[in-house]
Design a protein around this ligand. Structure first.
Ligand code: URA
Length: 241
């Protein structure tokens, strides 16, 4: 759809008025100042701002971030940079929040959305959504560790973790492993390895439910989920109650 038509439809005046706004550099699409009133807008995807206010024609955003180390999983923080700071201002206008938490030094897949219902369901203990991590662990991760994870290890506070699937990709001196858990306790994976006397030295989430991290996203990169991916996540939350 032409930009001038869309804005005229939205009540920003005639096409001539819209041209005036563009001339004054008041129209921004995807964080770029627009120069052409005939610009083709994709109402499903493009983020349009006029006079620093977003022109709303969609309710929700769903962003997949490859979280880099050094950012906290919060919307605001007095001391640290947050994962939401990594998004352009046009996205931040939607008031998005991270779905669940990754530690400051953990990397990888983090969903950021303003869909409170989906966010809540994906993190609800009742839904037991699987989260898969790649970890580098100091020392030799053994068959016994795999068995202990399979039954549920006891964490430092006495809590017995739910059964988890541990796969060793490469053994000592630094083992490379993949671990799939169905809960999201504070420092869950690190504490599970501590429970078997081992230390995680690198942690990256590579999958959440049926959504793998897009391998094209470098650390700090993000992209919106496509419609099919959003539907897939929603289906996942309908599984259990
Ligand atoms: N487990 C952890 O220990 N840390 C994370 O960030 C995620 C899972």
């Amino acid at each position: 759809m032409r930009l001038d038509k869309l804005l005229a439809n939205k009540g920003f005046g005639s096409r001539k008025d819209v041209k005036g706004l563009i001339k004054k550099k008041k129209v921004i699409i995807n964080d770029h100042i627009v120069k052409d009133s005939g610009f083709q807008v994709n109402p499903e995807k493009d983020i349009v701002e006029v006079n620093n206010e977003m022109v709303y024609y969609r309710e929700y955003i769903y962003v997949m971030l490859n979280k880099p180390s050094g950012y906290v999983s919060a919307t605001a923080d007095n001391r640290d940079k947050t994962v939401v700071d990594l998004l352009p201002s046009a996205y931040r206008l939607f008031d998005p929040f991270p779905v669940g938490r990754l530690d400051k030094d953990t990397e990888g897949l983090l969903l950021i959305t303003n869909d409170g219902r989906l966010g809540h369901q994906l993190t609800s203990p009742n839904k037991a959504v699987e989260k898969t991590y790649f970890a580098e662990v100091r020392g030799d991760v053994t068959e016994q560790d795999i068995e202990k994870f399979r039954f549920g290890v006891q964490l430092d506070d006495g809590y017995i973790a739910k059964p988890a699937v541990l796969n060793v990709l490469h053994a000592a001196p630094v083992s490379h492993v993949q671990v799939t858990v169905t809960e999201g306790k504070f420092h869950q994976v690190k504490r599970m390895f501590e429970a078997v006397g081992k230390k995680v030295i690198y942690l990256k989430r590579i999958q959440m439910g049926n959504l793998p991290l897009d391998g094209n996203l470098g650390a700090g990169d993000f992209r919106e989920l496509n419609e099919e991916e959003v539907q897939r996540l929603k289906t996942l939350t309908q599984k259990k109650s």
